[in-house]
Design a protein around this ligand. Structure first.
Ligand code: GLU
Length: 421
C-alpha cells in the first residue's frame, strides 16, 4: 500500500469503495493509485484576531483530486474536527459525483477546522476571508471553484468572492458558486440539493410502486439539505414523521408541521426549542419505520449494525458518505427490501446547479428558475436511469453502478490524454 498523508476512517471508506468499484471494472492495479490519490493538497494556517483580543490560528485545507476533465469543484466545510483524510475522501467523492452527472470537473473539497456556531459574525467573516486569501495561489475560475458545504453558506461564499475579487481588482463572480443571487448566484442553487434528493426519492418510490402521497419520511440533519428535502417531500404530499439535528429530535406518526419547523429554523437556526411534547430519541431516528429515510448529516452513520436495523423502503442519501462499506454489505443482502439512492447520485443536485451558476457567471447571461429546475431534474433523472439500469444488468449495488459510471469516465479521460511527459 502507498505511504500517504490521507488517513483516517473516512478516507479508508472512500478507498474501500473505490477498490470494490475497480474490481468490478477490472482496472489493473497500477492504474488504481493514479485514479484514487489526490493530485494536490494544500494546508494553510489561518491567523485571526478574535473578539477577546487574542490571535487564534485555525487550520485550513483544500484537496484537488484530479485535473483530467477541467477545473476541480467542491464545497468548503467548517467543522471542529475537520482533518485532511476526511477532506480528501470528500474530494474523491466529488470526482465520481461530477463525472456521473456529466459535469466537466474533477472533484475538490476544502475547509477550516473551526466551530462556525461558536464564532461571532465578525470572527466568521475574518476566518472566511483569510482562508480564501491563503488559497488565492491555488484556486481560480479555470483551476478550482469552491462552493458551500456543512458549516458554510451563501454569505461565506459572498465573502470568498469579494476577497478574491479585491485581489484581482475586478469582480470575479465565477470564482465560487452558491453565492447569494444578489452577487452573481443563480436562482435555485440554495434549494438544489434538497430538491434533487426529493426528486430522486419520488422516482425511487415510483419504481417500487409505493404512492408518495401519504408516504412516511424520516430525516436526519436539518441544515440546508435536510430542511429543503423535508419541504419538497411535504409539498409532494408525503408525511414527515421524524426529524433531527445536532440540537434536537422530533417525531410524530401523524406527520410533523413542516411549515412550522421551517419557520422555527429560519428564526433560530436550529431545531431546539420547537416543541416539548414531540421530543424523541435522536439515536432511534435512523431506525424509524418509514417509507423514505434521508440521512442528511454526517458520514458513517449507517454501519452494519444500523443497516440491519433500518426499517425504510427507500434510503435517500442526502449526506456524503453516510453508509460504511460494512453497512453496504448488509444493504446488499437486503436489496429487495431497501432501494438505495447512493450519495453521489442522490445529493448531486447541489453541484449540478453550481455548474449552472458557473456557466451563467462565465457568460453573464442568467436563466429563470424554471429553466434551472428543468435542466437539474433532467440531468438527475438521466443519471438515475443509468445507475438503476446498470445495477440490474450487472447485478451490482446501486452504489457500485453509480461509482463505476463516474470512475470509468475519469479512467477513460486519463487513458486518452496519456501520461505527460
Ligand atoms: N458541497 C456540495 C457537495 O458535497 C456541493 C459542491 C458544489 O456545489 O461544488 O456536493
Amino acid at each position: 500500500m502507498v505511504e500517504t498523508i490521507y488517513t483516517g476512517p473516512v478516507f479508508e471508506m472512500a478507498r474501500q469503495q473505490f477498490q470494490a468499484t475497480a474490481d468490478y471494472l477490472d482496472i489493473p492495479t497500477d492504474a488504481r493509485d493514479r485514479l484514487l490519490y489526490p493530485k494536490r493538497a494544500f494546508s494553510v494556517a489561518i491567523p485571526v484576531h478574535m473578539d477577546d483580543g487574542r490571535t487564534e490560528v485555525f487550520h485550513g485545507y483544500r484537496v484537488q483530486h484530479h485535473l483530467s476533465l477541467g477545473p476541480t469543484k467542491g464545497g468548503t466545510r467548517f467543522a471542529p474536527d475537520l482533518e485532511i483524510g476526511e477532506v480528501a475522501a470528500l474530494a474523491v467523492w466529488m470526482s465520481w459525483k461530477c463525472a456521473l452527472a456529466g459535469l466537466p470537473y474533477g472533484g475538490a473539497k476544502g475547509g477550516v477546522a473551526c466551530d462556525p456556531y461558536r464564532l461571532s459574525q465578525r470572527e466568521l467573516e475574518a476566518v472566511s476571508r483569510r482562508y480564501m486569501q491563503e488559497m488565492i495561489p491555488f484556486v481560480g475560475p479555470q483551476i478550482d471553484v469552491m462552493a458551500p458545504d456543512m458549516g458554510t453558506n451563501a454569505q461565506v461564499m459572498a465573502w470568498f468572492m469579494d476577497t478574491y475579487s479585491m485581489y484581482r481588482g475586478q469582480t470575479v463572480t465565477e470564482i465560487v458558486t452558491g453565492k447569494p443571487v444578489e452577487c452573481g448566484g443563480t436562482l435555485g442553487r440554495m434549494e438544489s440539493t434538497g430538491r434533487g434528493v426529493a426528486h430522486l426519492a419520488a422516482r425511487a418510490m415510483e419504481r417500487i410502486n409505493v404512492p408518495l402521497r401519504g408516504a412516511t419520511v424520516a430525516i436526519q440533519g436539518f441544515g440546508n439539505v435536510g430542511s429543503i428535502t423535508a419541504k419538497a417531500l411535504h409539498e409532494f404530499g408525503a408525511k414527515i414523521v421524524a426529524v433531527s439535528d445536532h440540537t434536537a429530535c422530533y417525531a410524530d406518526p401523524r406527520g410533523l408541521d413542516v411549515p412550522g419547523l421551517l419557520e422555527h429554523l429560519a428564526r433560530h437556526g436550529v431545531l431546539a426549542g420547537f416543541s416539548n411534547e414531540l421530543a424523541a430519541d435522536p439515536d432511534a431516528l435512523l431506525a424509524t419505520k418509514c417509507d423514505i429515510l434521508v440521512p442528511a448529516a454526517r458520514e458513517r452513520v449507517i454501519d452494519a449494525d444500523m443497516a440491519r436495523r433500518l426499517r425504510c423502503r427507500v434510503l435517500a442519501e442526502g449526506a456524503n458518505g453516510p453508509t460504511t462499506p460494512d453497512g453496504d454489505a448488509v444493504l446488499e443482502q437486503r436489496r429487495d427490501e431497501i432501494f438505495v439512492i447512493p450519495d453521489i447520485l442522490c445529493n448531486s443536485g447541489g453541484v449540478i446547479v453550481s455548474y449552472f451558476e458557473w456557466v451563467q457567471d462565465l457568460q453573464q447571461f442568467f436563466w429563470t428558475e424554471p429553466d434551472v429546475l428543468h435542466k437539474l431534474y433532467d440531468l438527475m433523472s438521466r443519471a438515475f436511469e443509468k445507475v438503476v439500469h446498470r445495477a440490474a444488468r450487472d447485478k451490482v449495488s446501486h452504489r457500485t453502478a453509480a461509482m463505476a459510471t463516474g470512475v470509468e469516465k475519469v479512467r477513460d479521460a486519463k487513458a486518452l490524454r496519456g501520461l505527460f511527459p
